[in-house]
Design a protein around this ligand. Structure first.
Ligand code: NAD
Ligand code: UFG
Length: 355
């Protein structure tokens, strides 16, 4: 059985689906602070099998101990965390507590239970502003400009030190570039709380009429069209990389770092043009000053994941946008709409131990 922390969230729910489709048993631990259990109900609908679900906090050591004692967990995918950059500037302690202390508590409970295989959600933000593109894993980490980025870098360093201290650990640090898109069914996708920070969720909410227009943050970057360039990757490709990493960690010990990206960059203007083609409607937008802390460009060299995991991203930008649009147009208010199908089984421990 695989423990998936944060498994009700955007990336976690897609990972749970892929694990179930691969025949794995899955236990989800999520406090639902930024997600809905409906996502897991829909995962059950898609896979024909329900993951076990515990509503609880990854910082709750007693709960984790009880989970490892009660379920035959052999590895962990650790998605649980907070990810809003602006919020992290206003509430740094909450970010360090969840993203760093939460990871430490999880590792303590894992070690106690004799479980040493961990896949960790890291971010390209740990590279800081790299002068060289594309970014390879051996680039030195930089200085993230906000507490969110710092918390990911700190968690990476904690995990590296842990693996150096005890050779039983196999840890994969997966550095995501820009995950977008949704499962092709349109049943699960990204459902941000409040005003979206990220480009595509904002574009989608403009397209369904929830927001007036997109602000393009900067058209004076040293890029071909002046707007920021990023490496957008389909969330289903991304989570497939996690399954490959999980397999690989059976064979290698210590810490392994893999970039999960496509190796291709797209500018904000290119994103707008492609999005308008996919949706068949114009996307109102206005050029605004640069957003504080943004870098001009960032894209991956994903060759290490191909060489070591046999994984590479397969879905192109049009597929990413079409899948995201299917999700958003069928669920204009995300998971807020009431759902009748509630197939997910809540494990009895959830009532006894959840905090
Ligand atoms: P998300 O917010 O949709 O998912 C995170 C999940 O963790 C949510 O379901 C939330 O309820 C849960 N959670 C948060 N704190 C918790 C806690 N203390 N205990 C238990 N559950 C908790 O975000 P996501 O986009 O799916 O991101 C998943 C992971 O990937 C995060 O660690 C994030 O930092 C990392 N990441 C995301 C991106 C991105 O662009 N989405 C990029 C790089 C890295
Ligand atoms: N952008 C806009 N308007 C918006 C939102 C974004 O023009 O409303 C632009 C940004 O300036 C940037 C590009 O669109 O050029 C992408 O911005 P996102 O906010 O979607 O993504 P970022 O690359 O800034 O950040 C994301 C995650 C971070 C993570 C980072 C690296 O939000 O958590 O990728 O992995 F750290």
């Amino acid at each position: 059985m695989i423990l998936v922390t944060g498994g009700a969230g955007y990336i976690g729910s897609h990972a749970v689906l892929e694990l179930l489709l691969a025949g794995e048993e899955v236990l989800v631990l999520d406090n639902l602070c930024n997600s809905s259990k409906t996502a897991l109900d829909r995962v059950a609908q898609l896979s024909g099998r329900a993951p076990q679900f515990i509503k609880g906090d990854v910082r709750n050591r007693a709960l984790l101990q009880a989970l490892f004692a009660s379920y035959p967990i052999r590895a962990v995918m650790h998605f649980a965390g907070l990810k809003a950059v602006g919020e992290s500037v206003r509430e740094p302690l909450r970010y360090y507590e969840t993203n760093v202390s939460g990871s430490i508590t999880l590792c303590q409970a894992m070690a106690e239970a004799g479980v040493f295989r961990l896949v960790f959600s890291s971010s390209a933000t740990v590279y800081g502003e790299s002068p060289v593109m594309p970014i390879t894993e051996d680039r030195p980490t930089g200085t993230p400009t906000n507490p969110y980025g710092q918390s990911k870098l700190m968690a990476e360093n904690v995990l590296k030190g842990l693996a150096e201290s005890d050779p039983r650990w196999s840890i994969g640090l997966l550095r995501y570039f820009n995950p977008i898109g949704a499962h092709e069914s349109g049943l699960i996708g990204e459902d941000p709380n409040g005003v979206p920070n990220n480009l595509l969720p904002y574009m989608l909410q403009v397209a369904v009429g929830r927001r007036k227009q997109l602000s393009v943050y900067g058209a004076d970057y040293p890029t071909p069209d002046g707007t920021g360039i990023r490496d957008y990757i389909h969330v289903v490709d991304l989570v497939k990389g996690h399954l490959k990493a999980l397999d690989r960690l059976e064979q290698v010990r210590g810490v392994s770092v893999w970039n999960l990206g496509t190796g291709k960059g797209h500018s904000v203007r290119e994103m707008i043009t492609a999005f308008e083609e996919v949706t068949g409607r114009p996307l109102p937008h206005v050029i605004k000053p640069r957003r504080a802390g943004d870098i001009a460009q960032c894209w991956s060299e994903p060759g290490k994941a191909w060489a070591e995991l046999g994984w590479r991203a397969e879905k192109d930008l049009v597929t990413m946008l079409a899948d995201a649009w299917r999700w958003q147009s069928r669920n204009p208010h995300g998971y807020a709409e009431p759902q009748e199908n509630t197939a997910t089984s809540s494990a009895p421990l959830s009532t006894a131990l959840a905090s």
